[in-house]
Write a protein that binds this ligand. Structure first.
Ligand code: DGJ
Length: 736
């Protein structure tokens, strides 16, 4: 069993073929982390890795012979107080006002497989032999509270999934003011922190900065994981590249406000903490109640960033995403949003749909504007029934018309929101999250429904269930277009308001759970003004996410490159939109735009009626090409080759698991005059295979070694044939 307990040393060794994670019980009963990294031999004591240092000003956590100071100990899940002056993993307020906790080892359980942590989303196993789990129970005897730390190690992945659960077994209530999902203390600080930050329409840009003393952090207090910082941090050595070197990746399976921070202490150790943001959270725990933190996924590899991403892609693609669509090829869609916005009629939509069918589109998606009084963004949210002026047949009949044309039908919803100009608001003005006596900040003229209340979730479920049940719907785009302000629930007492933000997200998960359970054949795509909630929590319910409202191919190179750090390519919604692009006015050819969008759940989002016959023919060819290579684009092993954040060029490749087929792409950003030769090298192929290599009509046979080490030369004139700036080429390699 790959979790070993050495009784004498009181040491837990969690390992698989590639990684080891070692914890022990200190002599005062608290937990110490001894090691996290490459696999070490089992059956050995690693207690020697504990370093004791009596230093001036340090407080000791025992009056025994060993001078153990928590400030200088790599702790497993540090609690507030006790001489550790760094930020801690938990902070519990007790009846007497004290925040000091002493969680000490009580018992542990090791078992095959992995337990659910419902109602929270989490990774899972399909067979118990895929993973082993240990639960270590700690006890604070003064308040009679348990802390259960759970770790699951996957057999075939360099992954540990962990979470913490707080249980109150005492008579008196305690208040959890901070409950991180996990803490990792590393012995040195010679790392760079990698994170994915940005804003609306420029989400998940890769940021890299060296660690320095003090706290460096990412976070959201917006009620959603946010476009500003994705809930992901990696620590890598300065010398680490995409293909070599150490990297630790941390990703939180949560869609609400969160904190991810890295603290370097004055003696150059590093502490990583990740979990629900403590500033928007507090949770009173009464007798016999428990609180479950979200899951934290930790990846360690010594083989570079691509290897870390592969671990996340495999885990999230196969053991986080669920349902029939997890492994199914995703349909090529046309979404009407950038074609019409809310300005459409049933007739104009049907005309667009017929055109879509004529070029080979498989799924037609009707976006925002079909319901209530939704002619603009000031009205309608909350009224999930058709706007009969625009859609006289109703959605039920309209969906059948699309199916009759020969496509599947998809529908846009934004279930968490309400406009004041809606029947729902007129009937239930109390349904929104707002603070009594304070100004309620509108955002896009809409407000957030109080999903911490079951009756509000029930009301929305009732409307959606009805319309979906009565229509022929194969796909749902679930949008969310504002953050939470003035968070307050009128059904919660003054000591319960700290629960509301977390309970809101539990309400969102609850609605997702009910709809995906009731309609298991429907493909869900999550969305939040583009990619403001592109996180693992959402992937558990919806296997793909609309990546960004910026559909310009030039910008998308960066956004999709950054997104690939953590998220599988099949989860990245990517569409070809109009040129000039609506937001940037940038012009890129129809193939230049598709060459980027192909690397994702592919589709179109433009008015086909405005395109030339030539462009419509190109779209037909693109759909035929994508259909042929769809599996490799969506489910191949994806390797980043050249970063658009580090230079003018970008490149990546998707390779089949058996390495017999690959499609690579090369993109330049700015064109250059009188430029040097262009040589492109690849990654991830089999050195010994011969590959028929095709690009720009050339067809030549090269070995994998040639392609990876010598590369191919591309004539810049050919590269620049359709586009100058943002010119690109796709290279298809087939084993022969
Ligand atoms: C934001 C989404 O990201 C867009 O794709 C579109 O669905 C609009 N909302 C509709 O309001």
């Amino acid at each position: 069993m790959p979790i070993e307990f050495l009784k004498d040393e009181k040491q837990f060794h969690i390992y698989n073929n590639t990684i080891s994670y070692i914890i022990r019980v200190l002599e005062n009963g608290q937990l110490e982390n001894l090691y996290y990294g490459c696999r070490l031999p089992e059956g050995k004591s690693y207690v020697y890795l504990h370093q004791e240092k009596g230093r001036s000003l340090s407080a000791l956590c025992t009056d025994g012979p060993n001078e153990i100071s928590l400030q200088y100990t790599k702790q497993e899940y540090p609690s507030f107080g006790g001489g550790d002056f760094r930020y801690t993993a938990c902070k519990i307020k007790q009846a007497n006002g004290s925040h000091i906790s002493e969680y000490k080892y009580k018992e542990h359980f090791i078992f095959n497989g992995k337990k659910e942590i419902k109602p929270l989303p989490a990774t899972y196993v399909e067979n118990d032999c895929e993973a082993t789990t240990i639960q270590i129970v700690l006890h604070d005897s003064l308040v009679k509270a348990n802390l259960v730390l759970t770790y699951t190690i996957y057999e075939g992945l360099p992954v540990i999934a962990r979470n913490a659960r707080f249980e109150n077994h005492g008579e008196i209530s305690i208040v959890i003011e901070n409950a991180m999902s996990g803490c990792v203390d590393l012995p040195d600080s010679d790392y760079e922190m990698v994170h994915l930050s940005g804003a609306w329409a420029r989400e998940r840009h890769i940021k890299v900065r060296p660690l320095i003393e003090g706290v460096q952090s990412i976070y959201s207090m917006r009620g959603a994981s946010s476009a500003e910082h994705n809930p992901f941090i990696a620590l890598k050595r300065r010398s680490t590249t995409e293909i070599t070197g150490e990297v630790y990746g941390f990703s939180l399976v949560y869609s609400g406000s969160y904190s991810g921070q890295v603290e370097v202490c004055s003696h150059e150790t590093t502490r990583v903490l990740m979990g629900i943001h403590p500033d928007t959270f507090s949770w009173e725990l009464n007798k016999d109640e428990s609180f479950q933190t979200p899951e934290l996924i930790m990846v360690y590899t010594k083989n570079g960033l691509n290897d870390m991403s592969h671990a996340f892609h495999n885990l999230y693609g196969k053991r986080l995403a669920r349902g029939v669509w997890r492994d199914r090829e995703r349909p090529i869609l046309l979404n009407n949003w950038e074609a019409t916005h809310m300005d459409f009629t049933e007739a104009s939509i049907l005309e667009l749909a017929k055109k879509a069918k004529s070029v080979g589109v498989e799924l037609f998606v009707l976006d925002d504007g079909w319901f209530g009084k939704r002619d603009n963004d000031r009205a309608g949210l909350g009224d999930w029934f058709a706007n009969k002026e625009k859609m006289p047949s109703g959605i039920e009949e309209f969906s059948r018309k699309i199916v009759k044309i020969g496509m599947k039908f998809g529908l846009w919803i934004e279930p968490e929101m309400i406009n004041k100009d809606s029947d729902l608001y007129r009937n239930h003005p109390d349904y929104i999250l707002e603070t009594p006596g304070r100004f309620s900040s509108p955002s896009r003229w809409q407000f957030v429904l109080d999903f911490s209340r079951n009756e509000v979730v029930d009301a929305i479920y009732g409307m959606l269930e009805k319309i979906i049940s009565n229509s022929e719907i194969s796909y749902i785009k679930w949008d969310m277009n504002r953050y939470i302000t003035e968070c307050y629930s009128i059904t919660h007492g003054s000591n319960e308001q700290g629960k509301v933000m977390h309970e809101y997200i539990l309400g969102v998960y609850n609605l997702y759970d009910r709809l995906t359970t009731k309609f298991p054949e429907i493909l869900f795509e999550s969305c939040a003004s583009g990619g403001a909630r592109f996180d693992p929590g959402m992937l558990y319910f919806a296997p793909q996410t609309w990546c960004s409202d910026d559909t310009d191919a030039g910008e998308r190179i960066k956004i999709q490159y950054g997104t690939s750090m953590v998220y599988p390519i099949s989860s990245i919604g990517a569409h070809v939109s109009a040129s000039p692009n609506h937001k940037l006015k940038r012009q890129i050819s129809i193939w230049g735009r598709a060459n980027v969008a192909f690397y994702g759940a592919f589709g179109y989002e433009l008015d086909l009626n405005e395109l030339s016959d030539d462009d419509l023919e190109h779209i037909r060819q693109q759909i035929a090409y994508y259909s042929k290579y769809r599996r490799i684009f969506q489910f191949g092993d994806f390797y980043r080759i050249k970063s658009p954040f580090e230079g003018n060029e970008a490149s990546w490749i998707s390779v089949s698991q058996d390495k017999t087929l690959a499609v690579a792409a090369f993109y330049q950003q700015m064109n250059k005059v009188n430029a040097g030769y262009l040589n492109i090298k690849f990654t991830g192929l089999c050195e010994d295979y011969n590959y028929t290599t095709e690009y720009f009509g050339h067809k030549e046979i090269f070995t994998g070694a040639q392609l990876m080490y010598a590369g191919i030369n591309v004539d810049r004139k050919e590269l620049n044939k359709d586009d100058g700036d943002f010119a690109s080429v796709l290279i298809t390699m087939t084993k022969c």
